[in-house]
Design a protein around this ligand. Sequence first.
Ligand SMILES: Cc1cc2nc3c(=O)[nH]c(=O)nc-3n(C[C@H](O)[C@H](O)[C@H](O)COP(=O)(O)O)c2cc1C
Ligand code: SF4
Length: 490
Amino acid sequence: MPENSTSGYSRYPRIGSHREVASFREHLHSLCADIPVDDAILPAPESPLARDLRLCGKVASNRWAIQPMEGWDGQEDGAPAELTLQRWRRFGLSGAQLIWGGEAVAVEAEGRANPNQLVIAGNTLGGLGALRQALLDAHRERFGAGGEPVVGLQLTHSGRYARPSRDGGGRPRVAFRHPILDKRVGITGEEAVLSDGEVASLTGSFVTAACRAGELGFDFVDIKHCHGYLLHEFLGAHTRPGPYGGSFENRTRLLRDIVAGIRRDAPGLPIAIRVSIFDTIPFRPGPDGNGGVPEKVPEGAPYRWGFGVDMANPTEGDLSEGKKLLGLLQELGIELVNLSAGSPYYNPHLQRPALYPPSDGYLPPEDPLESVIRHLQATHALKREFPGLVITGSALSYLQDYLPHVAQGLVREGWMDFVGIGRMALSYPDLPADTLERGVLARKRICRTFSDCTTAPRHGLPSGCYPLDDNYSSLPEAETLRELKKNGPE
Ligand SMILES: Cc1cc2nc3c(=O)[nH]c(=O)nc-3n(C[C@H](O)[C@H](O)[C@H](O)COP(=O)(O)O)c2cc1C
Ligand code: SF4
């Protein structure tokens, strides 16, 4: 990794440099004293992470969740390929009892974020069913019969970030014109904005997809409302006229219509929502090797182009509408919620805290541990207010060696019900099993947030942990990635 004394790489203490939990705790508590940190990794049954919880008609016997992790490695027709199967097998070997959606699967081919994203359609059902089966088979081989994990499927439309064709060009479809993001994705006219009629037809695509997922045996469907993709954008459609924009009621109409359609056509299928519960104005690279900086608020502030953004001070999130949304989910009988934040496209430091930025990102504008803390505090506040919701927390991989120490405390003290792991599940998928069975970690496999798994797909390469996983470091694409990184940000 490049080291530059003026850059963010060396500005903040590296987590791996803390040889003792006490030193890590001091670092963490210098930023926020409330976060619980256990002294040691506790194996089952002592670990709070080994507590069970009834979910979707099953009993999850631990509190580890694998976050959805897309691999940019499906076939051209939207069906999974070998690398996809391998990733899902590993999810099964992880020991985590909640598999939150596997990866984002597009409900329409045009809604793919890349030409290798999975699509749920008549021709791909066999492949998607095989993914679920591969995961369950791997779990059974490793852990024996019984205790099957709860496995959902995440359904999405990529909206502003739709890039379904091989020519590499984007085909963005948006909820509203955005004064900063439009130029980043090449939107120059109104034709990119979905008409009300198109929105109604999209509702049908989500409902059909959910029914198909239920028929394939998935335990729940996650209707993805995060990371700047289409349904997340609708939550922030303050400036859109008509039935899907403006008031909170209008901005949640699409969500409510999709839920009503699924309840009608697939009664009994549990519905889950992953949502970016807070957000900020987009960021861009800072000058002279400094960390990323927020874009200027467009003329005519307040800032009205996001969900969970403080309109008067858009470099900060605001949980007030997030609380209204969770209240609505509760009214709708949706119990399973996964809290994320921001977007990997316009504020990656918020969404996936990292010391080393992806090639289209920027150096961290704050100690990435602060970015983790922001997630934890929001999740804690919301769990306290909505104790009846089953909440999975996000953005914890940056805790690295001390992820289990913090995770145990968070579950024991009720900050969240499930501890989600994203990037860590690529570099070290069986971390949950290692903690619960042996109470130790394999240091060499710990994700160090090098961001290759984000940089690779930005250049059309499959995503995976190139630095730490031999299956990826031996791919021909690894050399291409090395070349690309030489020209990384700053
Ligand atoms: C390569 C990659 C692919 C991802 N794919 C998805 C996805 O398909 N759906 C989703 O909701 N989040 C996706 N995410 C976000 C992760 O689920 C997670 O929220 C994020 O990495 C922060 O958690 P972590 O700190 O444990 O990595 C992806 C992240 C990465 C790095
Ligand atoms: S490439 Fe590997 S080490 Fe780097 S962020 Fe992704 S999972 Fe972590």
